[in-house]
Design a protein around this ligand. Structure first.
Ligand code: 5GP
Length: 234
């Protein structure tokens, strides 16, 4: 197979290709939007590019802050050049306010602030079951030491992004990110950080600028993502 050929699908919303050399990959963001919980799947033109642009911007900000990511550069048109890393089969989800599955599954009022923020960790498997420390170690997903570092990193990323968003009058409610090991064995941020896997509310109106717009049919998703992009980049 050609080194430039398709490498693998990355969920429903991205595909990976080989990059310039064997240490890099090109991540292509598709115009595919899904909600497993609400059993919705649509192609919405324009979402791939704006997700890639927002994610690239966030990765650049994290790098500036000294938080390592797999990001190399935004190739534009919904493509991102990244370092190849060994991904953990985990979805790491910091929560600052109660929303989504937290409110559906637990007795907590929508919008309740968590201070300090809390972490949920799901396995990237089947219907993404929630894990605890014992499960993560027993299933061989990460060692105890790696898990400690993943949690520490999650709080670093969340603290930085929450403050950055607040400067833009935005509340970062919750978000999902993924982690992997680089060639030095360091745990770094991979995949994407974008409104596809995040809840963001306007600080004053509580209007959503994320995939909830799609989940609950609250308007034009591309416009919502572009509004978030504009607010973040000002
Ligand atoms: P919840 O636990 O409420 O379903 O999700 C919490 C946050 O993580 C939300 O911002 C949601 O969009 C994100 N999230 C959780 N699982 C996934 C996933 O499998 N894919 C994506 N893109 N985001 C996820």
């Amino acid at each position: 197979m050609s080194k430039k050929g398709l490498l693998f699908n990355c969920g429903k919303s991205k595909v990976m290709h080989f990059g310039e050399d064997e240490n890099t990959l090109v991540m292509s963001f598709l115009d595919s939007v899904s909600s497993y919980t609400y059993n919705k799947h649509e192609r919405i033109v324009g979402t791939g590019v704006v997700r890639c642009d927002i994610s690239s911007f966030i990765f650049e900000k994290l790098e500036e802050k000294g938080i390592k990511t797999h990001f190399i550069k935004n190739l534009n048109n919904g493509k991102m050049l990244v370092k190849k890393i060994d991904m953990f089969k985990l979805e790491v989800i910091p929560r600052n306010y109660a929303a989504g599955s937290m409110v559906r599954n637990y007795p907590v009022i929508h919008g309740t602030r968590f201070d300090p923020p809390i972490l949920k960790i799901d396995m990237k498997y089947s219907n993404d079951p929630m894990l605890n420390d014992d499960y993560i170690v027993a299933l061989g997903i990460a060692t105890k030491k790696e898990l400690e570092r993943i949690k520490e990193l999650a709080h670093e990323v969340n603290n930085f992004l929450s403050s950055f968003f607040l400067e833009k009058e935005l509340l970062l409610v919750d978000f999902k990110f993924e982690v992997g090991r680089n060639e030095k064995g360091e745990i770094i941020v991979g995949d994407e950080i974008s409104p596809d896997g995040m809840r963001v509310w306007d600080r004053n109106t509580y209007v959503s600028m994320d995939k909830d717009v799609f989940r609950f049919g609250k308007g034009d998703l591309v416009e919502a993502y572009k509004e978030l992009q504009k607010r973040l980049m000002v």
